[in-house]
Ligand binder design. Sequence first.
Ligand code: SF4
Length: 192
Amino acid sequence: MINYYETAILENEHLYGPGKRLIIWVQGCSLRCDGCVNEHLWSFDIRKNIAVGALMEMLDDSIEGITLHGGEPLDQSEELFELCKRAKKYNKTIILFTGYKKVELEAVKLKLWNLADIVVCGRFEKEKVRYNLQFKGSTNQRVITHKGQYKKYRCHNGKQVALLDVEKNGAISVKGFLTEDIKKIYNGLVVM
Ligand code: SF4
């Protein structure tokens, strides 16, 4: 079972990669970068579990692939590797967001990394924060493209993107970059 915070089917290339994608925000991160806006995703104790099979059922023909977000996906490598391996059989692409660098990995973490078509990697460093980079929150992070149809993929920086959701009960959540302007809209946002 995969411990997760939220799943969504979204189309936003700047934030999550090409095409319509199944985005999985996993719950739990052992890396705990100073300044991370996703502190609510650090704890491994908050459990909302979903089976690999249930996630596979979400992958209809219109979906280009899966984006693994966090939290820290590589802290749940075993189950996520199983999911991605199965998804690849249906020609789905994989984009992995991770705070790890490749040199830190062994065994199944490395297997999951190697399965991904695009990897966005490295700790968030608050001194190097930038809001207009595609995929990245700080300039030290790297985007590595190394597989299949994304082999020649080029990032396009220069946009600040945030998706605001307003629930029926009036609650607001934001996906994307928490800029100072957005912080002013609402105090206590849930950001992913
Ligand atoms: S930025 Fe990513 S890797 Fe770093 S603490 Fe936050 S969720 Fe974990």
